[in-house]
Ligand binder design. Structure first.
Ligand SMILES: C[S@@+](CC[C@H](N)C(=O)[O-])C[C@H]1O[C@@H](n2cnc3c(N)ncnc32)[C@H](O)[C@@H]1O
Length: 231
């Protein structure tokens, strides 16, 4: 699986430069801010940081102190090129090479879809969250139009290897660690139609409680005082 990421690494960022990619990025970041409430100076570990797309935003956009980890040397090489001052570690998400309770926030964005044992990754992420910190997961939604198009298509991309998540499924997976704040976004068509007015789709979708967003976000705060299941 590492090979696939090495192969796509050089062109991975191209999609974010398209109008659709920019609209998706903006919707996802807004949802992240709303649910995570990040603070300047917080220490964040990004598991499966890839080419550093989110890593860069965590650092330069939000002023967080970020460490990235990924198992693909190709993805990390791109990330290192754009973020020479950020610690970027090669490693496996199922055995994180960090001490317990080391980070204010531990994040994984579109990573669980590609691992055999998501629970093992979450256990490791949770172990690294300090009491009072948060674990945050972004994942692709199986009921979205994007997921439906992927299933219907014969064209093979990295998403062909992804296992999309149900809203309740992700919530249930995260509930094991504590109370979950769930959200979703990217409710506009993944064909690119309506991209200019994507913000209207987002607002309207939230108002009517639509469950068709392509991107799910779950945040689990770790209690500052109580010892939690994994501790
Ligand atoms: C879809 S990309 C997401 C990259 C980045 N989080 C983003 O949203 O732009 C998935 C990333 O997870 C990494 N990955 C998958 N399984 C992993 C594992 N077991 N350990 C470390 N990284 C992993 C891949 O190398 C790839 O860079």
């Amino acid at each position: 699986m590492e090979d696939i990421w090495d192969e796509v690494s050089v062109r991975y960022e191209d999609w974010y430069e398209t109008p659709l990619g920019r609209a998706v990025d903006e919707a996802e970041r807004r949802a992240f801010l709303r649910l995570l409430e990040p603070r300047v100076g917080e220490r964040i570990l990004e598991v499966g940081c890839g080419t550093g797309h989110w890593t860069k935003w965590f650092r330069e956009g939000l002023g967080m102190r970020v460490v990235g980890l990924d198992f693909s040397e190709g993805m990390l090489a791109v990330a290192r090129g754009r973020l020479p001052d950020v610690p970027l570690v090669r490693g496996d998400a199922t055995f994180l090479p960090f001490k317990d309770r080391n980070f204010d926030v531990v994040a994984a964005v579109t990573v669980l879809e590609f691992v055999q044992e998501p629970k093992k990754v979450l256990d490791e992420m949770w172990r690294c969250v300090r009491p009072g910190g948060r674990m945050v997961v972004g994942a692709l939604h199986d009921r979205s139009p994007l997921a439906r198009r992927r299933r219907a298509s014969d064209v093979r991309t990295v998403l062909s290897h992804a296992r999309f998540f149900g809203y309740d499924e992700l919530k249930e997976l995260l509930r094991h660690y504590g109370p979950v704040r769930m959200g979703e976004c990217v409710r506009f068509p993944s064909t690119g139609w309506g991209v200019r007015t994507s913000w209207m789709f987002e607002i309207f979708g939230r108002l009517i409680g639509s469950r068709s967003g392509a991107f799910l976000i779950g945040v689990v705060p770790k209690s500052p005082t109580t010892l939690q299941k994994r501790d």
